[in-house]
Design a protein around this ligand. Structure first.
Ligand code: FEO
Ligand code: CA
Ligand code: CA
Length: 656
């Protein structure tokens, strides 16, 4: 991705991202997940879900058809969801199941503080953006304030920016391609201010719905300029020192914050995902960081920030890129707190970070590394959670063991520790110390023989069942196929269910199953395994984010159905995981054209669902002047705007 230099010929960030996502960077010889699924299920002769039904149907046996009908009826009867499904499709609006309200809570440019300037899309400034809601909302967290009923904190990541949709007169369409204009420092600074996160106080209004409180004293914008601290084993290491920070502990900002998490002690975790895209310049081939940067794709040059900020030029600041790719922990109750990059959780393209308290009191955090052929990780703390003393938990994530997953053919799973000096993680193999193991977590995973996955996104533990769900979006570069896993290219992704042994989330030997292979069940070659009770609206591809609701039920949001021409936009699907209905999926909400569905989050009472509509209108040759929709304002004077949607049941009650 280093060839992109002439701004007149630039591709949009989305185009570049999609190309880059097609380039797996894992050159290790470790087997892929596809290899293992194929071997495992072909040995067992396993055919599941609709595949089995399709195979039976092909014989046209009346008895078999009767059996298929019964299976469908049983699955439908066993479902834990009772809402009426949305009809799948593609149009400029969002759609929610009948009987529910879907209100716009906050949009790009809206005030975060009482004195924030009004959104003026024709005359944006970086100063205004730094006090307004950022772009491309992704993760959503909610931290209730126990001492203050009807009052809570909404925590929202702003993953990246779409310059072609944000800036008037900046993009033109030539030969069917969107081309960006010349960047000024102000435009770059607006982009930097539109990244990061927002902490926003919410209060319940008279009719019981949550609404933003711009006068809230905890409100905060976090951007690429917010001062942060490197914390844990890598802090102060030579490989994270820069000209601006000879201490190796002070970093400016966070970026590409995709998903995240809320800890049991109410802090906000922001995952740094595609950090490589922000760096430009050339590192000498013999530089000590060359192999490290190659493995993570630095520099990719998606953005022009290095033109105006030397730290994003790897030739000028060769260590800056080692200061990104971490999990950032923020105390949302103190707007002056310094966010901490928790290096013990490893450096890779973190999709998210979901944290739970294990039965023995230790804390376990799960995280996927979102790239084709990369790995699934979990972190287990040394200290135990103290429910009575919030302050005592604040540095739990600095001390513990990071593990990477090896999914074995026999259905077992090894969580392998990334500990310096153990196994291959030695100085002789290029890992000088524990900091090196954490900075180069991917290379450590290579050395340990971790399983190459089909783009791991959210990894969602369900504390009510002891299961953990791994979203694998897709991987069109995998070429091996057999009868049991008939996709030469895994275009639609799948979901793996891990069972942690005896409900011990800290276990190092566990087991796994496939919950779902995604895609259109009607197309036999796709090999999707939704239950037969799943309707034409209920199937989906490209699972990305996941949520467990107050009832312990699984919900999955998607990224890419629009682009893949599945006849449906992305959305939120409810999935049965237990009993006869296992593998049944129903569409609850869908986004407007061009958007991706992010951030599903249920409040603890199960009565409010927050959803993030990311990059709406980003379809075809969309520009500021000609987006694919003008959602959510539908006002010709307003650009299309990413926004957070709040779903409630009409008349009150639990969702779903
Ligand atoms: Fe930012 Fe993995 O999606
Ligand atoms: Ca994502
Ligand atoms: Ca995604």
């Amino acid at each position: 991705m280093n060839e992109r230099l002439n701004p007149g010929q630039m591709r949009t960030p989305t185009e570049i991202r999609e190309e880059s996502e097609d380039v797996g960077r894992n050159a290790s010889g470790n087997p892929t997940m596809g290899d293992i699924i194929n071997r495992r299920y072909s040995r067992r002769g396993f055919l599941g879900g609709s595949l089995a039904v399709a195979a039976i149907g092909a014989t046209v046996s009346p008895m078999a058809l009767l059996a298929a009908g019964e299976a469908k009826a049983q699955a439908a009867a066993g479902s834990r969801f009772s809402f009426d499904e949305v009809v799948a499709g593609v149009d400029p609006q969002h759609h929610v199941a009948d009987g529910y309200d879907a209100d716009i809570l906050i949009r790009w440019g809206d005030k975060v503080f009482a004195d924030s300037p009004d959104f003026d899309p024709m005359n944006q400034t970086a100063d205004a953006q730094a006090r307004q809601f950022g772009y491309n909302n992704d993760y959503i967290g909610f931290a209730p304030l126990e001492d203050s009923p009807g009052h809570g904190l909404l925590l929202v990541n702003h993953e990246y920016t779409n310059a072609e949709l944000m800036f008037p007169g900046f993009a033109t369409v030539r030969d069917g391609k969107v081309e960006l204009g010349d960047y000024t420092k102000e435009l770059v600074d607006i982009e930097m201010a539109a990244h990061g996160g927002t902490i926003l106080e919410l209060r319940r209004n008279a009719d019981g719905k949550w609404q933003p409180a711009p006068d809230g004293t905890m409100n905060r914008r976090i951007t690429v300029s917010t001062e942060m601290q490197l914390s844990g084993p890598v802090a102060g290491h030579n490989r994270v020192k820069t000209n601006a920070d000879p201490s190796g502990t002070k970093v400016l900002g966070t970026l590409n914050n995709c998903a995240g998490g809320v800890t049991p002690w109410g802090t906000y975790l922001m995952a740094e995902e595609n950090f490589h895209g922000y760096f430009s310049g050339e590192l000498p081939a013999d530089h000590a960081e060359a192999a490290n940067y190659k493995r993570v794709g630095v520099p990719a040059g998606w953005y022009q920030w290095a033109k105006f900020h030397d730290r994003f030029d790897v030739a000028k600041e060769p260590n800056e890129a080692n200061r990104f790719g971490w999990i950032v922990e923020v105390d949302p109750r103190d707007p002056n707190s310094v966010p901490k990059k928790r290096t013990a959780l490893g450096r890779f393209k973190h999709e998210g970070c979901e944290t739970i308290v294990n039965g023995d009191g230790r804390v376990v955090s799960y995280s996927g590394d979102d790239e084709r052929f990369d790995y699934v990780y979990k972190f287990v703390s040394n200290a135990t959670f103290n429910p009575g003393d919030r302050a005592a938990n604040m540095d739990i994530l600095d001390d513990g063991t990071l593990y990477v997953a090896r999914f074995n053919e026999d259905g077992s799973l090894d969580w392998m520790p990334l500990v310096h000096g153990e196994g291959p993680l030695t100085a002789e193999n290029g890992f000088a110390d524990q900091a090196a193991v954490l900075i180069e977590a991917r290379r450590a995973g290579d050395a340990l023989g971790a399983t190459k996955m089909d783009r791991p996104e959210d990894v969602q533990p369900n504390t009510s069942t002891g299961k953990v769900y791994v979203m694998l979006t897709n991987n069109t570069k995998r070429e091996e196929a057999d009868a049991a896993n008939p996709r030469a290219k895994n275009a639609f992704g799948h979901i793996i269910e891990i069972t942690e042994t005896d409900g011990d989330f800290a276990a190092t030997k566990s087991s796994w199953e496939i919950l779902l292979k995604c895609g259109d069940p009607k197309v036999a070659e796709v090999g999707a395994t939704f239950s037969p009770a799943t309707s034409e609206n209920g199937w989906f591809g490209m699972p990305d984010n996941a949520a467990i609701d107050a009832e312990g039920r699984l919900w999955v949001s998607t990224d890419g159905n629009n682009q893949a021409d599945t006849g449906r936009t992305d959305g939120l699907w409810a999935i049965d995981t237990e009993g006869e209905a296992r593998g049944t999926s129903k569409l609850f909400f869908r986004v407007p054209v061009g958007a991706e569905m992010c951030g599903p989050l249920f409040t603890p009472d199960g009565e409010t669902l927050f959803l993030a509509v990311q990059h709406p209108g980003d379809a075809g040759q969309a520009t500021f002047e000609a987006p694919a929709t003008r959602w959510p304002d539908f006002d010709d004077a307003m650009p299309v705007r990413p926004a957070v949607v709040m779903v409630t049941k009409q008349g009150g009650g639990k969702i779903g």
